[in-house]
Write a new protein. Structure first.
Lengths: 274, 250
């Protein structure tokens, strides 16, 4: 059995305690640096979504049931995505002293960023459940249990991006700026503030735009968060949802493989470059 | 048992004529085929072995390749050609306290740093009191590291390192940590570890230290091995060469 697991993965397993301690470190630093700690990070999505509701529901008069809930959940998942990518892009450079002097599988660093942000997302998710409890909305249970699968897909996508961006940004300082800019565009191009069906129903958008929209792996993921939780399987986020979900899964896995290869090729030069 | 085996290791650094910092520049230079660089061989075909329990001192002028050699042994960088085999747990004192974080408490930093040096959680647990006692920082362990003085940090880092119980210690220059009292204590501790059969590799241009602390010495210059043998003999040959060169220069 052991022979079938590549050495690089066994090495990560050997360093699992370091990984857990790094995740703990990230979380402690994050919550300890301000007096309100964790509650600040809860307040942020709530306030953001409050403003979105104000703008979209009351000013632009968007008519969509449970708009606030849908956007809140999508926005939390987006924050998970956004924060992980931003933290992860600089995760090697931020541990320069460590990388230059100590051996450990370098991939621990992006994995740690992903891990600590996942824990944070989980904690925020608990708060989300509490809101449902205070303000009951019918949630089809079967669909709620499917959410972790979509989170898993989202994390596959994130890890591929992280591996590529973290290793490239050691060598090129503009990677960080490129990421900062494009991630904002990505937010508006993904169905978070609007539903996928709405975007695809637009008459002004050209066919290629719609194809590009559906090729965005976040489209089926965010689409699923938006509809599955509140509307169940009967209302698919958009037509052809399952096949585009398959495309998103394929793209994410491909990106993970490419990211892994890039990272493994560059990791030996980190210490020289930093 | 041979604990370190280096066979013909060479390390080439490429120093670009124009340092490229951005993807954009890299792309433009690639298109125009302007990527040119100097090559610097920090090490050339260096071979040596270290027996378990031995202490090897690497001496030579600045820029001889000593630190590159240590970095290769620490598995931080990889040789361009040749192979370096290290058959045991390595603790490099190059990065004393490398994983330390300002916001974490002394205790949390001990656990993180020790894990990075290869200690299992249970091991750290068992040795925790002893680590704190050696560092003489009992009452400060729950304070964040940013409240520590630089001497306190080094004491803590050193204490973790000597408790990490590796087979091999890598030292860049002789360690003198903390105040007079602690620096004597740390020197004694290192001597005790050497006596107990730990292998040490020391890189230093302080030849008296190499002579005192090491049984064998490796003299390298411009990345090449000039001499390898018993410490007093190599150091003597090196001193003579330096004096002759000075005499010629004067």
């Amino acid at each position: 059995m052991r022979a079938f697991i590549p050495q690089s993965l066994r090495e990560i397993w050997r360093y699992r305690e370091v990984l857990l301690l790094l995740i703990g470190r990230d979380l402690k630093v994050r919550y300890r640096s301000s007096a309100l700690g964790f509650f600040w990070s809860l307040l942020n999505p709530l306030l953001q979504v409050a403003v979105f509701v104000l703008v979209f529901k009351f000013i632009l008069k968007v008519r969509e049931d449970n708009f606030a809930f849908k956007v809140l959940f999508c926005y939390m998942a987006w924050m998970f995505f956004n924060q992980t990518i931003l933290d992860g892009t600089v995760c090697i450079a931020q541990n320069t002293a460590l990388v230059r002097t100590t051996y450990f599988p370098r991939v621990i660093l992006p994995l740690g960023t992903l891990g600590s942000n996942l824990v944070h997302f989980g904690l925020v998710g608990v708060m989300f459940i509490l809101i449902f409890w205070v303000h009951p909305v019918h949630v089809p249970l079967g669909c709620a249990f499917a959410v972790p699968l979509f989170v898993l897909l989202q994390m596959t996508l994130m890890l591929g991006l992280l591996l590529m961006l973290s290793s490239l940004s050691v060598f090129y300082s503009d990677v960080r700026f490129v990421v900062n800019t494009f991630i904002q565009l990505w937010f508006f191009l993904s169905p978070i503030l609007y539903s996928a069906a709405q975007a695809l129903g637009s008459e002004k958008a050209a066919g290629w735009m719609k194809t590009a929209f559906k090729l965005n792996p976040l489209t089926p993921i965010m689409g699923a968060y938006r509809t599955l939780l509140l509307e169940g399987w009967e209302h698919l986020p958009f037509e052809g949802f399952w096949s585009w979900l398959g495309v998103a899964a394929g793209l994410s896995v491909a990106l993970l493989v490419v990211g892994w290869v890039v990272f493994r090729r560059l990791e030996w030069k980190f210490a020289e470059q930093l | 048992m041979k604990i370190i085996e280096c066979a013909q290791i060479s390390k080439r650094f490429r120093i670009p004529h124009v340092r490229v910092y951005t993807l954009k520049q890299a792309f433009i230079r690639h298109v125009r085929r302007q990527t040119t660089y100097d090559e610097l061989w920090a090490l050339r075909e260096v071979s040596f072995t270290v027996e378990e329990g031995e202490s090897l001192g690497g001496g030579g002028p600045n820029g001889a390749g000593k630190s590159t050699l240590l970095a290769i042994l620490a598995r931080v960088i990889r040789p361009t050609t040749g192979s370096a085999r290290v058959n045991g747990r390595v603790c490099s004192l190059l990065g004393l306290g490398a994983g330390f974080n300002e916001e974490l408490t002394g205790r949390e930093n001990v656990y993180l740093n020790a894990a990075l040096l290869g200690m299992a959680r249970a091991e750290v647990h068992r040795n925790y009191d002893s680590i704190v006692a050696f560092a003489e920082l009992g009452e400060f362990m729950d304070a964040p590291l940013k409240a520590y003085s630089s001497g306190m940090r080094v004491r803590l880092a050193f204490s973790v390192a000597v408790h990490a119980d590796p087979q091999i210690y890598l030292l860049d220059e002789v360690l003198a940590v903390g105040d007079a009292h602690f620096s004597r204590k740390s020197a004694e501790k290192m001597a005790e570890l050497r006596r107990s059969g730990r292998t040490t590799v020391l890189a230093s241009h302080d030849l008296t230290a190499v002579c005192e602390l090491c049984s064998r010495a490796l003299w390298i210059e411009r990345g090449q091995v000039i001499a390898l043998g018993r410490a007093p003999e190599v150091v003597q040959a090196y001193t003579r060469a330096v004096m002759e060169a000075d005499a010629r220069g004067a």
